[in-house]
Design a protein. Structure first.
Length: 481
């Protein structure tokens, strides 16, 4: 007997996945919503574990009411939430026949005891979010250096701070939100170090005019920085971290228009932690494994190329949220709903309201225009590699230094990230280049790694692969033997 067959499988329970699953359920589709975490919300709406006894989890979030509304809609629809599912492959069996392969268990089933499951559906919606882009610098591997988003996740999910005195650095609007949250939670934030300049938004007046609420959000964060006495330093970067057993101070340098450190401009700020990130990279590994087409974004990352209905170049596979280009939770929710309407129309669910779809399309255009302007404003300049000494570790998994990569380019003839990888093992570790990919590509001279097509989108144990035997799809959460 074939079990666990759905109209739609949604991968990812962040803002885009929640909106898509809720809307699809309301339109009459039977939906499976898969996510790594125990609870819904993704990284944006990450919540403390119940055992921590947080009295007001919404106090750490922006736009919490939108999440509460989505949670209610999800509970009322035909949606099965499959928690702790680590999706590693999506396979096509034929027209309107997809198989999602996952491991079900602790931490998403990535451990040896994860139980293999297969879930079949007529369509797939990828809402796989994004991960932080890190540009290395001397000392970035010291304890106390965390990702900017990681610092926010620690606070939202664990109610802990990365340190008592935390410098926030990198580029992008996430820095302001992180600094505001840390300050409100009791950390001392001496400075936000922004490598770009906010005046760059002035080059996009139409995007600003179409999204006046974004100016309101910026004003809110600005007021929070003033309230917590946080200095804002633009056109600057942390170019070195100092310490023995953990962070003790950072060197901040002024940058020129190409992000090259200005000689003699460096000064130190004492701190015991650094939260750093240079924007986000769309998580598209599942999609590129299927052969979905990509586009290059203004900040030089790869995102999925999508139709007006959020469908990828592979028929039957849709995407929403950051996978189509980083744009924030509001845009993700809009795109998730749009995808649901398009999928329901394709599969024969209840027809959606044309007026509602038109409103969603209009709102997506406005928000996506702002997202493209934001990406262009905060795009890393090519001169950042001037921060690196030859001894700076670039690939942390394989301990490959900048000097070793430069040697592969100058002495061994490597001209792209793939060749550097073959010569040095940079990008061959557990993260598969998610942490070092952008840096390796810049040092190699090609700027950005190409979309990689792998049979496995994420690391999977040999035991899990061996358990994937032919047969009917099984009930979600039950192992195959």
């Amino acid at each position: 007997m074939v079990k666990g067959v759905y109209d739609l499988v949604v991968v990812g329970a962040g803002p885009a996945g929640l909106a898509g699953a809720a809307a699809a359920g309301e339109l009459g589709l039977h939906v499976a919503l898969l996510d790594l975490a125990e609870g819904i919300g993704g990284q944006f709406y990450r919540q403390p574990a119940p055992a921590l006894g947080a009295a007001r989890p919404g106090a750490l979030h922006h736009d919490w009411d939108a999440f509460v509304a989505l949670r209610g809609r999800l509970a009322a629809g035909r949606v099965d939430h499959l928690a702790r599912h680590h999706v590693w492959a999506v396979e096509r069996g034929g027209d309107d026949d997809w198989t999602v392969r996952a491991l079900d268990g602790a931490d998403g089933g990535a451990e040896a005891d994860g139980r293999p499951v297969r879930i079949r559906a007529r369509a797939v919606l990828l809402a796989t979010g994004a991960y932080e882009r890190q540009l290395p610098f001397p000392g970035w591997t010291l304890p106390g250096v965390v990702g900017a988003g990681g610092a926010q996740a620690m606070l939202k999910g664990g109610l802990v701070l990365p340190g008592k005195r935390v410098v926030v650095a990198g580029s992008g609007p996430l820095l302001l939100a992180v600094a505001s949250s840390l300050g409100a939670a009791g950390a001392e934030v001496p400075a936000v170090i922004e490598a770009s300049g906010y005046l760059g938004y002035a080059r996009h007046p139409r995007a600003l005019a179409a999204n006046p609420h974004k100016l309101g959000e910026a004003a809110t964060h600005g007021a929070a920085l003033l309230r917590h006495r946080v200095a804002l330093r633009t056109r600057s970067a942390v170019t070195e971290v100092h310490g023995v057993e953990r962070v003790e101070a950072v060197t901040v340098s002024r940058l020129d228009a190409r992000w090259r450190p200005v000689p003699g401009s460096g000064y130190e700020i004492a701190c015991d932690a650094l939260a750093v990130g240079h924007g986000l990279v769309p998580g598209i590994e599942l999609a590129t494994t299927l052969g979905c087409a990509t586009r290059r974004t203004p900040d030089n990352t790869l995102a999925l190329a999508l139709t007006p209905g959020q469908e990828t170049s592979v028929r039957g596979v849709w995407a929403a949220g950051e996978a189509g280009g980083v744009g924030g939770a509001q845009l993700a929710r809009v795109e998730g709903e749009l995808a649901a309407f398009a999928i329901a129309a394709r599969l024969g669910g209840r027809p959606g309201a044309d007026r509602r779809v038109r409103r969603l399309l209009s709102r997506r255009t406005r928000l996506r225009t702002f997202a493209e302007a934001m990406a262009a404003t905060h795009a890393p300049g090519p001169g950042w590699t001037g921060w690196l000494t030859d001894g700076t570790e670039v690939c942390r998994c394989e301990e490959v230094t900048a000097g070793r990569i430069r040697e592969a380019v100058t002495e061994q003839g490597a001209r792209d990230a793939r060749t550097v990888k073959l010569f040095t093992r940079a990008g061959m570790g557990w993260c598969q280049g998610r942490m070092c990919g952008a840096a390796v590509s810049c040092l190699a001279g090609d700027g950005q790694p190409p979309a990689q097509r792998r049979p496995l989108a994420v690391p999977v144990t040999l035991g899990a692969l061996a358990a994937q035997v032919p047969g009917d799809a099984e009930e979600p959460g039950q192992s195959q033997t």
